[in-house]
Design a protein around this ligand. Structure first.
Ligand code: RP5
Length: 177
């Protein structure tokens, strides 16, 4: 993409990432995902859609996502978490899955349901819970960074800051502060 078009595209407020959650009750776990998308200045929209409870609406949303400018889908769900897999079935956009630890099995059920996709329909599955939610935002940013250089710069800056912060904490610990 040439520089001018890239800038114009980035300036648009149209969402580039869709964050789907199986229930509004997943919102707290997904807060870190939202925070990071915002700090990386990535336009996104959130939708509560369930593979099991609102399958028609889920299908309709995912099938129309690419046409309205969505480039990456993040899908978070708990229990028998089929949301990411169902989303991946209805689009060739990259789908990032976040298994939510909302069930009595603490997310092990959601992890297996999200990661164990049959050959041909991949879901890029993150860690269970809030750590995975944060990584989903970073992974989405890394995908978009291939196309939008301002996002690539922000991802690199985020990584550099994390390294600085980690070294600072290590130094404090090692010097007994
Ligand atoms: C899943 O069931 C949702 O993703 C959520 O993690 C879990 C519980 O949903 P609620 O019963 O709280 O709506 O589909």
């Amino acid at each position: 993409m040439d520089g001018e078009k890239e800038e114009a595209d980035m300036a648009s407020l149209e969402p580039k990432v869709a964050v789907l959650m199986g229930s509004a009750s997943d919102a707290d776990v997904m807060q870190g995902c939202r925070d990071l998308l915002e700090s990386l200045e990535i336009p996104y929209e959130m939708k509560v859609l369930s593979a099991h409870r609102t399958p028609d609406q889920t299908r309709e949303y995912v099938m129309s996502a690419a046409a309205k400018g969505i480039e990456v889908i993040i899908a978070a769900a708990g229990w028998a978490a089929h949301l990411a897999g169902v989303a991946a079935a209805y689009t060739t956009l990259p789908v990032i899955g976040v298994p939510i630890d909302s069930s009595p099995l603490h997310g092990m059920d959601a992890l297996l349901a999200t990661v164990q996709m049959p050959p041909g329909i991949p879901v890029a599955t993150m860690a269970v819970g809030s750590g995975g939610a944060r990584n989903a935002a970073i992974f989405a940013a890394e995908i978009l960074a291939l196309k939008f250089s301002p996002i690539a710069q922000r991802v690199a800056a985020y990584r550099a800051e994390m390294t600085r912060e980690t070294l600072r904490k290590a130094q404090d610990f090692e010097s007994g502060k």
